[in-house]
Design a protein around this ligand. Structure first.
Ligand code: ADP
Length: 161
């Protein structure tokens, strides 16, 4: 059984993340979307809300190989606990590369039992990230095409309050 974890902030999950998750399921038997809750960023959604949004998307898309968990702490320790052999990361552009390269090598220093696997999304998602979606949503711009429908509804509701 090949298990991978896909860590990130997912504030919120976008169609770009979803593209990566679907690609990962072609390569692995199980993909654990790992929602980081100890990040230095101030999130729009709580860890719990982010997990719930991802769960709804997994269900809608019938992604039976995918589960979602919250995590805080050292990523490689979480991976070991879950018996994962790979960390999935998405690479959009050269601008992602430097940070991802550093993280991958640092994680390898922590444990050589786990490798980072980089996947490229469909071209149309290469300009997409959660922070730009949050920004556009806050400014009441159009963002329907960037997130799954259930996430769109949740964001609209959150912003109304
Ligand atoms: P981070 O907290 O490191 O910014 P994110 O939660 O934004 O992480 O994303 C988690 C992972 O998903 C990262 O590897 C990031 O590169 C990738 N990712 C985010 N948006 C996209 C996208 N539009 N296409 C492909 N990969 C993406």
């Amino acid at each position: 059984m090949k298990i991978a974890i896909y860590p990130g902030t997912f504030d919120p999950i976008t169609n770009g993340h979803l593209d990566i998750i679907e690609r990962a399921t072609q390569l692995f038997d199980k993909v654990i979307v790992t929602v980081a809750v100890n990040s230095s960023k101030t999130p729009m959604f709580t860890g719990e809300e982010r997990v719930e949004m991802i769960q709804a998307v997994i269900k809608q898309k019938r992604l039976t190989k995918v589960t979602v968990e919250r995590f805080n702490g050292l990523l490689v320790s979480f991976a070991a606990k879950k018996k994962a052999t790979a960390i999935i990361r998405g690479l959009r552009a050269i601008s992602d590369f430097e940070y991802e390269f550093q993280m991958a090598l640092m994680n390898r220093k922590q444990s050589n039992k786990i490798d980072t696997v980089f996947l490229m999304p469909a071209e149309k998602y290469t300009y997409l990230n959660s922070s730009i979606v949050r920004e556009i949503a806050r400014l009441d711009g159009k963002f329907r095409d960037f997130v799954p429908p259930s996430v769109y509804r949740t964001m609209k509701k959150k912003l109304k309050n």
